[in-house]
Design a protein around this ligand. Sequence first.
Ligand SMILES: [Fe+2]
Length: 277
Amino acid sequence: MTMNVAEYARECAAQGLRGDYSVCRADFTVRQDYNYSPAEQKVWRTLCDRQTGLTERLAHHSYLDGVKALGLLDRIPDFDDISERLRKLTGWEIVAVPGLIPAPPFFEHLANRRFPVTNWLRTEQELDYIVEPDMFHDFFGHVPILTQPVFADFMQSYGARAEEAIALDGDDMITRLYWYTAEYGLIQEPGQQLKAFGAGLMSSYTELSFAVADAKVHRVPFDLETVMRTTYEIDKFQRAYFVLPSFDVLRDAFQKADLKSIVQHWKDRPTLDPASL
Ligand SMILES: [Fe+2]
């Protein structure tokens, strides 16, 4: 771990981040401390009820199967309970964190099949938009699809290989891959309808319908190098979404990729504008 927890905790407090980083362990995890108020439980149910009306139509079936298998909808999930179920399905587990954590420990958790989930939830005033990722984004967005075995393998490989790209100054390139798959990925399997699986979409009431159902949206077939070269939007809807033909294509392309050549070849060349694809 390159960054010390106490130093990071001071930085987060200075930036006004909501989580309590002072209680982090060396790997940036904390206890979940299951002690949520009735108001927080109500926010969770409201978010889940509202979003489920959309995901049932727009999410990939493996995401929906994951929600069912993990039982996320009735109350704020207990991390240990979910970990136990997830371990049986794909060998993944959930660890609690106070919010965003530095890249090296984040990648190390992924490489060991541990997904970091924020232990606090947005307020009733933030149902539609929140600046920092909270438990709803992390859990409802990212965790159900970790029950899909091939995507689960991809996420582990991503954690294991991200440092390789970063060591070559490919930080932006490797982040774009995460952004356009784990956060905003779409999938259309042969003979099937277009569906979403990315967490940024699953946890957004407005962007999920936009990305899957709006006729004006720019959707581009997935290609690993193109994804790694394409810039993205942080606080507005994406100007392009990449569509996988299967999860196998993503996992295999990444596991076989010669990251060193890709990064060295493209990192100092102009990036691609999503609208130009
Ligand atoms: Fe996320």
